[in-house]
Write a protein that binds this ligand. Structure first.
Ligand code: NAD
Length: 294
């Protein structure tokens, strides 16, 4: 079994660390927030007094932090202090440039590193069924696989360092755009006198089918487990969709990719967020498209 330093024990990090403990690993955890440390302790995590303290005996460091600057800052502190050959795994969703910077810091100090952002949300983190999208060398990925396994439903090696983040933001750009498309279609269908169930029965089995309609339908009824049946409680909060769509736009600009629908989706979700809906599930944008939210 492995000793793992886990930095960032928030909504995602704490349940992920809990699953590593359940798999028999020793987890040294650190977060800036006392309440998160208390939860971690209840889950069997050994609470550390600082990020550097969490390195004690660690062969693997996992970070689950808000944004690129936090990851680069933690790597800058920990990489020079870690034992040679330590594997660094960053599972935060961050910009590709910061991910590559973090990899470079690790490489400069003879560490192995993988960027491994996730999809599946807090539910997937809790159930240990996250999809990991990994970027890094074959050697680093081979070592990361067994560590990620207790937290994962699926692990995909996407390619070179930074590829995991690239896959994550491309996937979420599809998701943001497709949810708006599905929301517009239902809003139009309503005005044309179509029932939600009729449109769902047709589109979910025809060329309109996609995850946003088949699994996460944004109107109450057709898919009982979708947040539309629960007052649009997240789920996946709109503020996180804004973050991911902004990262996609930042990446598109940095490589000169043309993403007009990604840009429009980012703009619509920013407006949805700015009108007080950041904590609403992202599928609630249908109400905004109808002109019906605060
Ligand atoms: P969160 O804000 O709940 O957790 C982040 C934690 O990092 C916080 O507890 C914060 O105190 C801690 N932190 C910040 N700087 C630190 C430092 N220097 N040292 C130690 N701890 C530090 O966020 P979350 O929902 O757990 O998300 C974490 C990452 O996962 C984000 O990048 C997010 O985009 C991504 N993500 C979230 C979801 C989701 O549904 N919540 C889904 C997929 C991906």
């Amino acid at each position: 079994m492995t000793t793992i330093a886990f930095i960032g024990l928030g909504n995602m990090g704490n349940p992920m660390a809990k699953n590593l403990v359940s798999a028999g690993h020793t987890v040294n955890g650190f977060d800036l927030v006392e309440a998160n440390l208390a939860t971690a302790m209840k889950n069997g995590v050994t609470v550390s007094s600082s990020a550097a303290d969490a390195l004690n005996g660690a062969e693997v460091v996992i970070t689950m932090l808000p944004a690129g600057q936090h990851v680069v800052s933690v790597y800058s502190e920990l990489v020079p202090k870690a034992a040679k050959g330590t594997l660094f795994i960053d599972s935060s969703t961050i910009d590709v440039d910061s991910a590559r910077k973090a990899h470079q810091l690790a490489k400069d100090h003879q560490m192995l590193s993988v960027d491994a952002p996730v999809s599946g949300g807090v539910g997937g983190a809790d159930a240990g069924t996250l999809t990991f999208m990994a970027g890094g060398t074959e050697q680093a990925f081979a070592k990361a696989g067994p560590v990620l396994e207790p937290m994962a439903g699926r692990i995909v090696h996407c390619g070179e360092p930074g590829s995991g983040q690239a896959a994550k933001i491309c996937n979420n750009m599809i998701l943001g755009i497709s949810m708006i498309a599905v929301g517009e279609a239902f809003a139009l269908g309503e005005k044309l006198g179509l029932s939600h169930q009729a449109l769902f029965d047709v589109a979910s089995t025809s060329s309109g089918q996609c995850w946003s309609i088949n699994t996460y339908c944004p109107v109450p009824g057709p898919v009982p487990t979708s947040p539309a049946n629960n007052g649009y409680k997240p789920g996946f909060a709109a503020a996180l969709m804004v973050k991911d769509l902004n990262l996609a736009q930042q990446a598109a600009q940095s490589v000169g990719a043309i993403t007009p629908l990604g840009a429009e989706a980012a703009q619509l979700y920013r407006l949805f967020d700015a009108t007080g809906n950041g904590g609403t599930d992202f599928s609630g944008i249908i109400n905004f498209l109808r002109g019906g939210t605060k």
